[in-house]
Design a protein around this ligand. Structure first.
Ligand code: NAP
Length: 321
């Protein structure tokens, strides 16, 4: 049973861990909607810089929205964290949570809104009394500089309780979705969030690493014969893993679905490509790495995904030097 609502109240603000593009989107629109929100930044210096900047500057439809959302760093948090929206990138999550561990309430509710899979299970192991919900968003936002972000594309956000969470209280989830729908953001519940996350994983496996390997925008993958053939093989391998997991009903028309995402996001430079170019860690372990791990557990061969995992890790190491 869901024991608490992830809902900002005067007693328990909504904390946001990972105030980058997505976290700042919810932070800024939440602040404008009058919600009690607090950002958790890395350290005192980041909070000072942020305050000097005057808060989050969010550019949307050629207007700049300035939102001085209150901000803490781990040592300055003074109220127990009951409600936490986590929007760090997958590999940053456990370190970020470990820094705020002493402040996390026993019955806290976390909503993990990020790409990739496997992190929710790690959180449940580390914080067994906490309720972990998951979400997936197609909102598009990027950092222009410092604390300035651009809301580049409106999308949809689905949240829900995964099979692993044991939660079936959809009424409370509905309220939670409504309480996070700060205009213009639109959050809905999915009665089958596992399927939503699995489809998103498939899209991320089939598009993101290939944009790095072929050094191109999403849509260009469809016009490069080698990239298109690889995209189709990646999807075939995901389908093989899905059969072993008895999840085929989640993946109807997966080839068409993935190719359509590449088409509708044709001009996008994937976050993985941007991470590599900036010498940042990628989310490959929570995307292709997660798929390969599942495949190994079920004795399924996924040679292209394994090859791609190794190649992205190699390129990532190279880019950092
Ligand atoms: N951006 C989009 O349009 C979009 C769309 C759909 C899904 N997503 C997914 O959403 C997730 C977040 O993406 P994003 O684009 O918002 O990434 P991002 O801009 O890199 O934001 C992550 C933020 O987490 C912060 N962080 C990392 N470790 C921290 C720590 N220990 N303490 C406090 N803050 C910490 C980072 O700070 P530093 O900058 O100091 O590292 C950064 O500000 C990813 O999984 C991404 O794939 C993004």
């Amino acid at each position: 049973m869901l024991t608490a609502n992830l809902k900002p109240t005067s007693q328990s603000p909504l904390y946001i861990l990972g105030a980058g593009a997505i976290g700042s989107l919810w932070g800024a629109y939440g602040y404008q909607a009058g919600a009690d929100i607090r950002l958790i930044l890395r350290n005192q210096q980041t909070v000072n810089d942020y305050q000097q900047h005057g808060g989050i500057h969010l550019i949307s439809a050629h207007q700049t929205l300035v939102s001085p959302v209150p901000a803490d760093y781990p040592q300055s948090i003074s109220t127990p964290i009951q409600n936490l929206l986590i929007t760090t990138k997958a590999p940053q999550t456990m370190d970020a949570l470990s820094a705020i561990k002493p402040h996390i309430a026993e019955q806290a509710v976390f909503l993990l809104l990020q790409n990739g899979l496997g992190i929710a299970d790690q959180i449940r192991q580390e914080f067994p009394s906490v309720t972990v919900l998951q979400g997936s968003t197609t909102e598009g936002c990027y950092r222009q500089s410092g604390f300035e972000f651009v809301h580049a594309g409106h999308g949809h956000t689905f949240i829900g309780a995964t099979g692993g969470s044991g939660i079936r209280d959809f009424n409370a989830l509905d309220q939670l979705a409504a309480s996070l729908s700060f205009p213009p953001l639109n959050v809905n519940i999915s009665n089958d969030i596992d399927a939503v996350l699995w489809r998103k994983l498939a899209v991320n496996c089939a598009i993101n690493p290939l944009t790095v390997i072929h050094h191109c925008r999403n849509g260009e993958l469809l016009h490069k014969p080698k990239a298109l053939a690889q995209m189709r093989q990646i999807v075939d391998e995901i389908l093989a893993v899905s059969v072993a997991l008895n999840r085929t009903h989640w993946l109807t028309n997966l080839h068409e679905y993935v190719e359509n995402v590449a088409k509708t996001t044709a001009d996008n430079r994937s976050s993985m490509l941007q991470d590599i170019e900036a010498g940042r860690e990628t989310e490959i372990d929570a995307i292709t790495g997660y798929l390969c791990q599942l495949a190994e557990q079920h004795n399924i061969n996924v040679p292209l995904n394994q090859e791609i995992l190794a190649e992205i890790k190699r390129l990532s190491r190279e880019a950092k030097h």
